[in-house]
Design a protein around this ligand. Sequence first.
Ligand code: C2E
Ligand code: MG
Ligand code: MG
Length: 763
Amino acid sequence: MFTRLRTRLTLFYGGLFGLALAFIAAFLYPMVSAQALKSAKGQLEATSKAFERIEALQTHQLRESAGISATDFGFRSAVAMAEIDPVTARTALANLHRRIGVDIAYLILPNGVVVSEPSAAELPPELIAKLMADETDHGALVLERSAYRAVAAPVLAPDNIGWLLVGARLDDAQMRSLASLTAIPIEAELLVHRGSSWMLTARSAEKRVEDVDQKARAPENDAIIEDRQVASMDGNDIRLQLSFPIAVALAPMMSLLGILLATGLVGLAILGVAAWFLARSITRPIAVLEAATRRIEDGDYSPVQIQSRDEIGRLARGFNMMVNTIEERTRTITHQALHDRETDLPNRQHFERALHEVVVESGYIYVGAIGIDRYSQIRDAIGYSNAASLVAALGGRLRERQMLAAPARLSGDIIGIAFVARSEAEAVLWLGETVTALELPLEVGRQRIDITAKAGFARLSEPSAGGQNPIDRASIALDQARKAHRKIAAFDADAYGDPVANLSLMGDMLRALASGSIFLVHQPKLNLRTGEYDGVEALVRWPHPERGHIRPDIFVPMAEETGHIRELTEWVLAQALKDQATLAAAGLSMRVSVNISGRLLGDPWLEQMVDRLAGKGLDKLCFEITETAVMNDPDRAMTQLRLFAEKGIPISIDDYGAGLSSLAYLKMMPAQELKIDRGLLAGLTANGRDTFLLRSTIDLGHGLGMKVVAEGVEDTQALAILQGLGCDLAQGYLISRPVPLPDLIRFLKENTHQTNHSLRVSQ
Ligand code: C2E
Ligand code: MG
Ligand code: MG
């Protein structure tokens, strides 16, 4: 209720004024009305006194007239003879009556007989008794319904021979002339008490009251009353009542109050309007400020326009300054929230927002994740701040390419980009060019840095994405590219599998190991000098009942993470020994290479395992270990490797050239075999730079006294080159895919003593 300040102020001022008015009226009214009533009362009292004087005067006149008449000789004679000659007495009375001009005239004889004119009203016996007893000689007298002022004079001859009683009417005219003596319109009434009620005998008011018997004395709370006892001749209670209605007395007061009220109301209205305008002039700038605060909520920081120099103006200026500061701070906070602190490149959140806004007219939008190779090594070498400058510089280079969104730093070594291409092939091409442009040497902190990078990419809106974020898909694609040692890779959903389902994968794996649904396949290694198959590599296979074949590079890392790699390795070792025995029994005795996870290297469990299997033909196996596996804890790893070598288990260095190759470690490792990663074979031509690299690697292996195996040989040209470069062994789809043991046995039986493998392949 009344939530607006303007309304409240208006009501407050108006109410205050109204209250003041009411207070004045409440104070004045009793004062003025008491004064009015007092003055009316005074007037009534004065009139009452005037009646008394008139009464005395009239009584005196009547007494004079009666006295003179009583002494008249003729009249006295008639009175003296009245008992004998009542007719003469009555005539004398009538003559007197006419002569002195009174309204009533009676003759009362000493024996109580009353002589009167025939039309005259009868005198009350109490009066006659009083006269005789000399108890009265003047006063008011009521005969029938009329009142009189009467005087009785003795008729002396010389003894008292009777009384002459004369009277003048006390009528309405008398009352009127009495009432007219005052300046105020009073009413005069003459009342006589009869029985239980009052009878009205005369009144000043024009209108006659019909039922005079019912006339009650005026109630005192309606009128101001001046009540006067009139001296009565016969003992009746006769009253003169002067009344003045309070309503009439207060009428001028009421009109005064009315005027006061009317002017008060006009004043109130004026004050209300003025208060409203005043309140508006105060609240309008406040409303402007309030609207401005609401605009800020919507991100509109425009200043308020209030020009006044008063407190409100100062408040507005303060408000504008505060808004400026908030805007500045908000901009800084927003910038910080959306940018990488080290490089000031947009961050992942910024990138996500930008992706929501991109639209293209034709083609598809692709999200790319470009990963800098060996970033942590570079950072360790040149320092964190230089590394950040390097990433910022690469971001700058990327910005020069045609991008749909600003390149953003997704994580330490990954920069996200968005671009348009008509097809996946075009995306590969465009991204390839982009990465090549990025790989130009850079100068950071006066150091020249050669960098290489890989990139993964994914369609922004891929129907089969399964709810994955496109940035995540691009990052996964980058991981896939890194694992596959490829420069560019599109997101491969099949290879990625179902990460949610992977959560329950380890339980499934343990059950599969127990039930025997996991099995080993073997890929033969061809000796390029003799054309014989010198050995096989055992690779684990898991046909999952619901998800189909699960690749080892999905579940092996998971087993490593969850600690289940021991169970897997134990099973693989046991199975490899069995398969080796089966091969030997088939007359194909050869070394079976087993992949040992880098996580297990240095683990005492592995030693115990080796000890347990030592007498069971473990020396017919070979341990393939990636070179990077040694790097976590080189001392323990080397000690363990030496121990295995002492027990006669040959060591093979797997995936050489895929990671960061360290000559120092390579030199120290007691290995007999070096397996060149298939990444080094990609795009191999007779005279390229890759051939040179391959030759040096082969020479290096030989120099360290190792046999060199080439992995992933897929075509005859590569095989020929490897042969030419002096590579000892080859393994790859060209020779044979990894196959189950029975197929391997069949294959080996069919192909032993094949001296020239290249001839066989070309046939
Ligand atoms: P790896 O030890 O380097 O094994 C060679 C991988 O290359 C195998 O993949 C094999 O099928 C594949 N390969 C062989 N020839 C060719 C070729 O000509 N072209 C191409 N593109 N690929 C070829 P696979 O079987 O999927 O195994 C992947 C990796 O999983 C292995 O790499 C190894 O690191 C790991 N792994 C496999 N079995 C085991 C195991 O029993 N224990 C452990 N710890 N790791 C295993
Ligand atoms: Mg291997
Ligand atoms: Mg390998």
